[in-house]
Design a protein around this ligand. Structure first.
Ligand code: MLT
Ligand code: MN
Ligand code: ZN
Length: 306
């Protein structure tokens, strides 16, 4: 099973178009040791030709261009993207669906009921797409049962509901529903190796912690270093928590959680990194702190074989 990081940044990307924070300005000028990143998405495959797109980022076209394996060119019109799953209905995870409208057949789209509701109402992207390729909705049940995508034999998928946030335009932004946000466990049924992907994660309930303990690869929420980082920069009034993201450096934060997990050979990788996060600076003290603890920072193009 191959996992390719298509976009390792949070919503907005890095640099963000209208941002001149130290990181965004620095990466634009080349004055800091950091690389640009596109918005939140990974792709999973077991044959390297048929891929499950996990989140459809606003940057999907650039991501396809940067990853030629997603275009196997078997016909005059073709794509390696066999199906899509979106883990919530946030702009950074669903907007790219619009860019896939030229498909010849309805787009197979896996979502929970809560996310599907948002895609019919708050962000009615599926009714827009019905005028183009259309969507073939495949429902993710939250009964704990594993499911598989017919196009990806040997990959078993389990959805774990988790605490983060429905988008601001969701009818249930302030009345959370189970399934607004999920984490996904991917198991290679041939090797038994597992990866847990959760780009949005605030409270780590026991089932989520269990999933994290069972995985050989963790790709988990790396949005902010400190909860008030965006407030201190004068960029927003929202904390990381308000947006559904657990900060890394706070007591009980993501670093502490990751340090508490002791699984031999497990790789711990932060993903969905906001452009304000100091861990983007490769020679900075925050990055060093992570490295010393065996925690990696995802970048676009990073590939895992499990
Ligand atoms: C989030 O993860 O909090 C959202 O994607 C932020 C956004 O896109 O505005
Ligand atoms: Mn996001
Ligand atoms: Zn910025």
């Amino acid at each position: 099973m191959k996992i390719r990081v298509l976009g390792s940044s949070a919503g907005g990307g890095f640099p963000q178009w209208n941002c001149n924070c130290r990181n965004c300005d620095g990466v634009r000028r080349g004055s800091i040791a950091a690389r640009a990143r596109t918005q939140s998405s990974i792709a999973v495959s077991n044959n390297g030709e048929d891929w499950l797109l996990v989140n459809a980022s606003p940057d999907i076209l650039a991501q396809i261009a940067a990853n030629p394996e997603l275009q196997p060119a078997r016909g005059v019109r073709d794509t390696g993207i066999a199906a899509v799953v979106t883990m919530d209905a946030q702009i950074d995870h669903v907007t790219g669906l619009l860019m896939l409208r030229e498909r010849g057949t309805p787009l197979p789209l896996y979502t929970t009921d809560a996310v599907w509701q948002d895609l019919l109402t708050g962000f009615p992207i599926t009714s827009i797409l019905s005028h183009y390729c259309g969507v073939e909705h495949r429902r993710i049940a939250l009964d704990g049962a594993a499911f598989s995508v017919p196009e990806l034999p040997c990959v078993s998928i389990e959805a774990r509901p988790l605490s983060s946030k429905a988008p601001p335009y969701s009818p249930h932004r302030n009345a959370p529903e189970v399934g607004d946000n999920i984490g996904l466990m991917f198991t290679n049924t041939a090797t038994g190796k597992r990866a847990f992907y959760a780009p949005g994660l605030d409270e780590l309930a026991p089932p989520v912690l269990d999933a994290m303990r069972e995985a050989d690869l963790l790709l988990v929420d790396g949005t902010v270093w400190t909860d008030d980082e965006m407030i201190r920069l004068g960029l927003t009034k929202k904390t990381g928590r308000d947006m559904g993201h657990l900060a890394q450096s706070s007591p009980g934060g993501m670093i502490d959680v990751l340090e508490s997990i002791d699984r031999t050979g497990q790789r711990k990788v932060l993903i969905h990194i906001n452009n304000t996060n100091p861990i983007l600076v490769e020679d900075g003290p925050e990055r060093r702190m992570l490295t010393e603890r065996g925690i990696e920072v995802a970048h676009d193009g990073m590939t895992f074989e499990l």
